[in-house]
Design a protein around this ligand. Structure first.
Ligand SMILES: Nc1ncnc2c1ncn2[C@@H]1O[C@H](COP(=O)(O)OP(=O)(O)OP(=O)(O)O)[C@@H](O)[C@H]1O
Length: 255
C-alpha cells in the first residue's frame, strides 16, 4: 500500500487550446517533507500546482492524497480534503480580499473548512485569541488585525497569506513562487519563517520556483521540470554531482 501523503502517477493536463502543459509526471511527497520543483517560466509549474489541488481539472493520470484517489472527485467529495491541501501564491495582494480586514481574511479558511477540525497547534479559545495566535506565528504584531491589505507591505501581506494557509493546520502546502514578488531581504525572512513553520507544524511543502537557490535551500529533494515533464530528480546533496542532467547543470550555471 502506498503510504505517501501525496502520490502522483502519470499526470497529464491538456488545455482546451490543445496546449499539453503537463506530460505524464509522477512523484510522491511524504509527510513533513519539503520537495522542490524548479523550472523556467512556462514549463508547467503553476499548472501542476493547480491540478494537484484540483483547482483545475486534470486530463489523465492519478493524484492520490492520504491514500484516496482525488482526481475525479466532485467539489462536495473534495471538501474533506480541501482543509489538508493549501496553497500560497506568488502575489499576496491578489490572494487577499481588499475589502476584508486582516482579521476577517485570517478567519476565512477556518470558517470554510475548520469547524470540525482537531486543533493540535492553535488553541483557538476565542476568535480574537486565534487571530492573535496566527499573527504571532508569522511574526506580525496583533495591531495589524484591524487593517486592510493595502495598508500592509508586500512581505507583511505574504505573511498573512501564510497565516491563512496554516490556520487550518493542513498536512501539505503548495508554495507557488512564494517569494517572487518580494525584495531580497523579505525573501530571506519569508523562507526562514516557512522553515520554522514546517518544523513546528510538521508540514509537507511542494516548493515551486524558478529560483534554484531558494528551492535548494528549502528542499531535501528536487525535481527539475522542462516543457511539462520532469527531466531530473535528486537529493539536495546530489545537486552538483557529475551525472546531473544537462538541463539541471544549465540551471545551476545561471544561478
Ligand atoms: N488557461 C490556459 N490555457 C491555455 N494554456 C495555458 C493556460 N494556462 C497556462 N497555459 C500554458 O501552459 C504552459 C505552462 O504554463 P504555467 O503557467 O503552468 O507555467 P509556469 O512554469 O508556472 O510559468 P511561470 O513561472 O511563468 O508562472 C504555458 O505554455 C502556458 O502558456
Amino acid at each position: 500500500m502506498n503510504t505517501s501523503l501525496l502520490s502522483v502517477e502519470q499526470l497529464t493536463k491538456e488545455y482546451k487550446n490543445g496546449k499539453h502543459a503537463i506530460r505524464g509526471v509522477s512523484f510522491s511527497l511524504e509527510q513533513g517533507e519539503c520537495l522542490g520543483l524548479v523550472g523556467e517560466s512556462g514549463c508547467g509549474k503553476s499548472t501542476l500546482a493547480r491540478c494537484l489541488l484540483r483547482l483545475e481539472p486534470v486530463t489523465g493520470g492519478t493524484i492520490t492524497f492520504k491514500g484516496k484517489p482525488i482526481q475525479q472527485l466532485n467539489e462536495k467529495q473534495l471538501n474533506p480534503y480541501r482543509r489538508d491541501m493549501q496553497i500560497v501564491f506568488q502575489n499576496p495582494a491578489a490572494a487577499l480580499n481588499p475589502r476584508l480586514r486582516i482579521r476577517d481574511s485570517l478567519l476565512d479558511p477556518y470558517n470554510q473548512y475548520g469547524r470540525h477540525m482537531q486543533h493540535n497547534y492553535f488553541s483557538c479559545s476565542s476568535r480574537s485569541a486565534f487571530v492573535d495566535e496566527l499573527l504571532e506565528a508569522v511574526e506580525l504584531p496583533s495591531s495589524l488585525a484591524g487593517r486592510y491589505p493595502h495598508e500592509l507591505s508586500g512581505g507583511q501581506k505574504q505573511r498573512v497569506t501564510i497565516a491563512r494557509a496554516i490556520s487550518i493546520e493542513p498536512a501539505m502546502i503548495v508554495l507557488d513562487e512564494p517569494t517572487a514578488s518580494l525584495d531580497v531581504l523579505s525573501q530571506g525572512a519569508i523562507l526562514t519563517l516557512l522553515e520554522q513553520l514546517q518544523r513546528q507544524l510538521n508540514l509537507a511543502y511542494l516548493f515551486i520556483s524558478h529560483d534554484l537557490a531558494a528551492v535548494s535551500r528549502m528542499s531535501s529533494r528536487l525535481l527539475v521540470m522542462r516543457e511539462g515533464q520532469f527531466v531530473d530528480e535528486f537529493a539536495r546533496q546530489e545537486m552538483f554531482a557529475e551525472d546531473r542532467h544537462e538541463y539541471t547543470k544549465e540551471l545551476i550555471s545561471i544561478y
